[in-house]
Design a protein around this ligand. Sequence first.
Ligand code: DGY
Length: 321
Amino acid sequence: MKPYVFITRRMPDEIIEKLEETCTVSMWEKQEEPVPQERLEEEIKQADGLFCTVTEPIDRPLIESAENLKVIATMAVGYNNIDVEAAAEKDITIAHTPGVLSETTADLTFALLMAAARRLPEGIETIKNNEWKTWSPFFLTGQDIHHATLGIIGMGRIGEAVAKRGTGFDMEIIYHNRTRKQEAEEKLGARYVEMDELLKTSDFICVMTPYTKDTHHLIDREAFKKMKNTAIFINSSRGGIVDEEALYEALKNGEIRGAGLDVFEGEPVGADHPLLSLPQVTALPHIGSASESTRMAMADMTANHILQVLSGKEADHEVKL
Ligand code: DGY
């Protein structure tokens, strides 16, 4: 009997066909709507392989209810939605998609940085609302990006790719990471600093660290208080790394100047989210890796991980505890 694979979101035909060569595939057919919990609960019980995305919490009860599951392959680099310990206890492989999305996510992160610095959303609104009356000397003046200090928290693959873009703007690159990244220092001229120094001296602060118990609300009230009043804070990692109430207050009280956010603590957010009421917030709906070719590459890699594990091999990008 062929192994049974459940996919939690509509995938392109070529991905399904690839899996169907050796597996029986069932899929939640909608692309714009997450799989209902009951369907996921029902499918995971019998599945040998689960192809999931960032929107499904794959928690302990769900994992424990799985009778045949051998692999959970997520179409994402971040896997904070999966209980890795529960999976390890049952010898279930977790695989994710590092590397393939780094450059694309760095593009988006830099786009957010530029949009927030030069107040693009406010400019666009002004024109669309027919409010552009005249050229004016200090109208919508923003922050210079060139020659500014870029502080990167979390110098992994995406952090490095963001830093590389910063060098093209003659930025001074500083970073904080659990371990020093000698290669990044040599290649990009990045300078390792303690967290406090990064917070106090950066003009732009980009959080690029994975979301774990240790990084929950890493950027809190205290952190915002340390930042320059002119600082712009960028997050394209995970919303939970930031205390959103503290961010709101910091922006409202002028403790920092702006923010560019691709992620939120509870996604999706509605138009009534307090941060969206602030003109100095540039917000996007979690599209960091959303280029056509990168999303296809992520889907393909995820399918490969399932096929690898179900044919008795090791997944190329296994999450190790
Ligand atoms: C990831 O890969 O973790 C992104 O957030 C989803 O594209």
